[in-house]
Ligand binder design. Sequence first.
Ligand code: BV8
Ligand code: ZN
Length: 262
Amino acid sequence: MQAFTKQFISEELRRRFSKANNVLVLSGAGVSAESGVPTFRGGGDSAVWKGMPFRVISSAGMVERELPEVWEWFNYRRGRLASLKPNAAHETIARWQDRFDTLGLVTQNIDGLHQAAGSRDVIELHGSIWRARCCDCNARHNVRELKFDNGVPGCFDCGGHLRPDVVLFGEMLPTGAFELAAMKAESCELCFVVGTSAVVYPAASIPEIARAAGAYVVEVNPERTPLSDLCDEVLMGKAGEILPMFETLSHKEAQKAQNNFA
Ligand code: BV8
Ligand code: ZN
């Protein structure tokens, strides 16, 4: 394992990782794949609901025209996600909070698994499947424990129609979320891009911003993406296998530093 780690993670990245103070992680569906969450684009546009590609069912137009169907799709997904647990990738990223002075975590995922692993202050660019938002008064409600299998649930404050508090295609991101993520991208030294096909914007521009501002950008993905060529390093493999390798590495580096000091 250690010999493999040494080969796989370049000297340059080992050095940068051990010295970095300010690190940013952008995650996508692939980080949750090993927890059992289906990705959207693994093997093509694979997510289809009742014959509709997810880009159609998860779109602004569907909320306006077919809100009950949107709820049916989200209830189905809530059911599939309810019992899933964070994996080694989520857990490693959560531990990086104590490893670095500043660790920013920006996710496109709506599954809440980063938070379940202990990550704090997660920037959720695309919202959360565990929240609903009122179409009338804009109130947000935690619906994690609630079951509503039929039709459109009513707002607990005003009785208006609730919708999933998720950013659908053609909708704006939550106020300030992208701006905050972009600020973190501009100031980080090292940026990990984990488990994203990097085709959905504006999320995919975060690593571009980081690279333009001088960060070292590392992609972790079993497949190449449109971002791969821009990255300083591409670690091809599963997030749950690759990210824990950095822990071994950081402990080793810390030990080395301690030995040098003693
Ligand atoms: C907007 C949430 C302003 C709901 C989702 C610029 C150019 C072109 C188009 C646009 C552009 N700017 C904006 C657009 C339009 C559009 C867009 O990007 N379209 C693209 C697809 C062409 N963007 C928007 O509409 C955004 N809003 O721009 O607002 C605006 C508004 C109105 C009018 C004008 C402007 C809103 C985008 C929000 C989309 N929301 N869904 C839901 O879930 O139902 S998208 C969906 O894709 C997911 O939620 C996820 O957040 C997102 C990204 O997907 P990934 O996370 O990358 O996952 P994917 O399946 O694609 O890839 C998985 C990866 O994991 C693969 O690479 C695989 O190899 C890897 N993997 C697999 N296993 C592992 C692994 N990696 C590591 N380990 C493993 N084990
Ligand atoms: Zn309301």
